[in-house]
Every structure is written in structure tokens, then in C-alpha cells.
Design a protein around this ligand. Structure first.
Ligand code: SAH
Length: 346
């Protein structure tokens, strides 16, 4: 339904308080409504039971509450859950709940489609339709928190911005969403449990450092050789490794927090000794840890997971250089919920 009413969740708390004052009501009413909108995730004014009927009707004539709807939920045989989430304008994004024995992680999207063009990622094949609003990012987290409580009897413990989209190309909205997620007026989660993953936009990495953000930074590196990286992540031409390095040094100098590098090893692409040596060298620029990710095939074989020997070689060389390496097995592959597979297939 097309409406000219304003989305009430685009208002700050102060704007909501001002609205009530202008209507001859108390500013405090704004706090009550704000709590319903965020902490209690109300989807209708009717649900706001401590607000009078007259006030609810007033809100209804001025505003709508845009909210997401979990359109379909798929469960993998490893416990992973994938939500196809419908936005107020009918577009779809995906988010994933990844359970382990000790934690539940939400993998959330920041854009509909993606503005970047990584050759190995299914999301890159969807063109970027639009950025997600802060409430649309927040709502994905709320939906997964609820599913975690329903299916695993525990609240969500971690969030990674590794779903669809490049979060640093939608920086302002991502930051607003994280502010709500970490605020006591939202979900009250610790920023230490949140990781933003980026393909590496140097200018924005520096901005995050300047802004004093408290969450963790992961960079999808995949190669420390410019020609190789540009061939698989073409935007590397615009943001070459030297600029990325400089931005990461700036990040570390300001935040004193380690960077995580996400890295997939592909046969014939980045599995030679030269690739390994370049990566080890890159890892020495700032304190870091490495996550080697299993490749999730999305095509007919242009990209293939490297041999075990090549992987072992990477791990051995990194460890010999005292770099912490985790090898992350894919989750939710059977429902196309693994890294790089989010493409609204259904
Ligand atoms: N744009 C952000 C976040 C989304 S991608 C970024 O680039 O970090 C999330 C992670 O999945 C990234 O590390 C990305 O490189 C990785 N990825 C993408 N396609 C993949 C695939 N087919 N198999 C394994 N990992 C993939």
C-alpha cells in the first residue's frame, strides 16, 4: 500500500518527544513510544498497550511503522537457519543464524544486493538495489535473537556483518543500527561481540577509527598480491593494497585492536608459495589473526577450493610466523546460507 505517512522509526527519540510536545502532550510520551518501537519491537500502534487509544489513533494518522517480515525460514541439517527477509517495499535480503555449542551468531545484511563485484561471491551477481535502513538491519538481529531463544533456548551472542552487501558502502546506517543494537534502549549487546566485515574501503576504515567505534574489524583479503586481488576483487584497482595497508595501520594506531583477515585459498589463483609469502608479509603490518574460510562454490568451477597441501602450507607458514590462524568450516551449505552464497535463490 502506498502511503504518504512518515516512517516513525526514522525519528530520533528527541524528535518523537518534540512531536508529542507539539501535540500538547508530555515529552515523556515520546519515551514510551520509543521503547515500544525499539526495545519491544512493536509492529503496530495497537500493540502499545500503555498508550491511550486517542494517542494511538493520533500516531496512526501521522505515521506508519515500517518493519521487516521473515518471509521464509530454512533450517540446515547442521542447525543453521536462513531467513529470507521481506522489506517494507517488497525487496528481499537474507540473514543467517549460526549456532555452535557455545554461541549463536547472527550474520546480517547491510545492502540489498552489493555494490562490489567480487568474482567468487553470489551476492555480487545481484546488482545493488539500495542500502538498508538502520531499522532494517536492527530488525534482522531481533528476528535472529528470537529464533535463537525459540530453537536454542538462549539469546543471540554475536553478530557479524557478513551477509549481503558491503557495510562500509552504507556506513551511516550500519553505525546507527549498531548504536541501537548496543544501546540499553535497544538490545544492549556488547560491541565486542560485533564484527564488521569489509572488502576494504580505506577511507572508511580510517573514518571508523576516527569515530572511535568499539566493535571488531574483519577484512576480506583473499590475496596480498595486487594483480591477483584485482583479478578476483576488481575494486582493488581503485583501493590497492598499499592504501588498505595504510588505513589498517591507522586503524590499529587509533584503536589498538587487532584486525581479522578473511582468506579463501583457491586452486591456481592464490595457492603458490609467492601468494603465501606475500600474505605473511601483509600480516606483519598490524597485529592480526587469520580466518581461513572454506570456499563455497557458486559457479561451474572457475573457482575451486585449493588442495589440502596448499592449505596446510598456508597454515604452517603463518603459524611459523606466530600468526594466529583459525580454519572455519562452512555452515548451512545445504540451504545456500554459507559465506558468499546469499543470493535470494528462492
Ligand atoms: N562485503 C563484506 C561482507 C560480505 S561477504 C566483505 O567483503 O567482507 C562475507 C565474507 O564471505 C567475506 O569474507 C567474503 O569474502 C566471503 N565470501 C564471499 N563469497 C564466498 C564464497 N563463495 N565462499 C566463501 N567465502 C566467500
Amino acid at each position: 500500500m502506498v502511503t504518504n505517512k512518515k516512517d516513525i522509526r526514522a525519528l530520533t527519540k528527541d524528535q518523537l518527544r518534540d512531536f508529542f510536545v507539539a501535540q500538547g502532550d508530555k515529552a515523556f510520551r515520546g519515551n514510551q513510544v520509543y521503547e515500544w518501537l525499539w526495545q519491544k519491537s512493536a509492529h503496530s500502534f495497537e500493540a502499545m498497550t500503555n498508550i491511550s487509544k486517542d494517542t494511538r489513533d493520533l500516531l496512526d494518522t501521522h505515521f506508519v511503522i515500517n518493519h521487516i517480515e521473515v518471509d521464509t525460514m530454512q533450517r540446515s541439517n547442521d542447525g543453521t537457519i536462513k531467513n529470507a527477509v521481506k522489506l517494507h517495499d517488497g525487496l528481499i535480503v537474507e540473514s543467517v543464524l549460526i549456532p555452535t555449542p557455545t554461541r549463536t551468531t547472527a550474520c546480517v545484511s547491510s545492502q540489498v544486493g552489493c555494490s562490489l563485484d567480487c568474482k567468487f561471491c553470489a551476492t555480487a551477481r545481484l546488482k545493488r538495489m539500495r542500502n538498508l535502513n538502520p531499522d532494517e538491519i536492527y530488525d534482522q538481529v531481533v528476528a535472529i535473537d528470537r529464533e535463537s531463544k525459540t530453537y536454542f533456548n538462549r539469546p543471540l551472542s554475536n553478530i557479524v556483518f557478513m551477509g549481503m552487501g558491503e557495510p562500509l558502502m552504507n556506513y551511516n546506517n550500519v553505525i546507527k543500527a549498531i548504536d541501537k543494537i548496543t544501546s540499553d534502549e535497544g538490545l544492549g549487546m556488547s560491541p565486542k561481540r560485533i564484527t564488521l566485515s569489509t572488502s576494504g574501503v580505506p577511507k572508511m576504515i580510517k573514518k571508523m577509527a576516527d569515530d572511535g567505534v568499539k566493535f571488531n574489524l574483519a577484512v576480506s583479503l583473499h590475496s596480498a598480491v595486487d594483480e591477483v586481488r584485482t583479478s578476483i576483487m576488481p575494486f582493488n584497482e581503485t583501493f590497492p593494497l598499499e592504501d588498505l595497508r595504510e588505513a589498517l595501520e591507522y586503524w590499529y594506531a587509533k584503536t589498538k585492536r587487532k584486525v581479522s583477515y578473511e582468506y579463501v585459498v583457491w586452486r591456481g589463483i592464490n595457492d603458490s608459495q609467492k601468494d603465501i609469502d606475500a600474505f605473511v608479509k601483509f600480516c606483519k603490518y598490524v597485529p592480526c589473526k587469520v580466518n581461513i574460510i572454506e570456499y563455497n562454490p557458486i559457479d561451474d568451477g572457475e573457482f575451486q577450493q585449493a588442495s589440502n597441501e596448499a592449505l596446510e602450507n598456508y597454515i604452517k607458514t603463518l603459524e611459523a610466523n606466530r600468526i594466529v590462524v583459525n580454519v572455519r568450516r562452512s555452515r548451512g551449505k545445504d540451504i545456500d546460507a554459507a559465506c558468499g552464497q546469499l543470493a535470494n535463490k528462492s
